[in-house]
Design a protein around this ligand. Sequence first.
Ligand code: FES
Length: 281
Amino acid sequence: MSSNDDKYPANSGRRRFVKGVVGSAGLASAGTAGVAAVNSLVSSSGVGGGAVAYYGIENTKGPAPRAMPQIPVEIDDEGYLRGRWTGFEEVEARDGSTKLVVQTEEIGGIEYSPQWFQYCGIQGLGGLSPEYDGDNYFRYASGGRAYDWQPSSGRVAVEDFADYETWTNGVGTDGLGKGAFATWRSQDVDTPIPVQILRSSRIERAAEGDDEGAEWLAASTDEGFMAVLNKCTHYCCTPKFKSPQGPKFDAGDESYCPCHQSAYDPFSIVKRSFTALPRPE
Ligand code: FES
């Protein structure tokens, strides 16, 4: 058994795939109970800020303070990937005026909402705005850090990842999973929301477990596809799974951030909490 087999166990180690608990028991109940309940964390200076619990990929090296959040994935009938979005609801304030507040939805045992992404300036982007006029499909990103194999535009499709069990870009372990750079809720906006897509058989196997974390994985991933908001929690750079720079820092099989050498392990899903910044009015 190689060291990677030990690090990323197959069937017998499913329970080790998801680990960690939220820092404070009180934070686990942030938001409101029930499906699509109106979120209570509304401040007068913005919308939706406050303490929130979430699932993400674990920060394993460097100064990054916490995990990068997942975006729950679903696949439509035609085989295209999109991220789940809970949207907004208009509520009446005490003074009779109306306010838009984010909604939360229970997915895989946790309250999910756009608050998960409200850090590093993402909270002010058009994609998180109630006025956003696009859809929730992931679309391939272009640019220098995109993977050589991927299209430079268009919706992310399952068929593009048919070779995910053998794919390699020459970095780290062959066949560990296939990555792509994408955007989400970024049509006709000034600044896109960056997303790392990954399809891996390890994710598929982990989602077949039966502990609390596996419930989340089963609900948030599909056919081995996982999506992560690709914003480093340190100073907001863009990490990359199997980055050519990663092996130098023992991160060839992880998402490596070149700015200050942080790394995140996409095969270690953790439950964490942080204080989401309010979305500007
Ligand atoms: S390690 Fe500093 S921005 Fe990622």
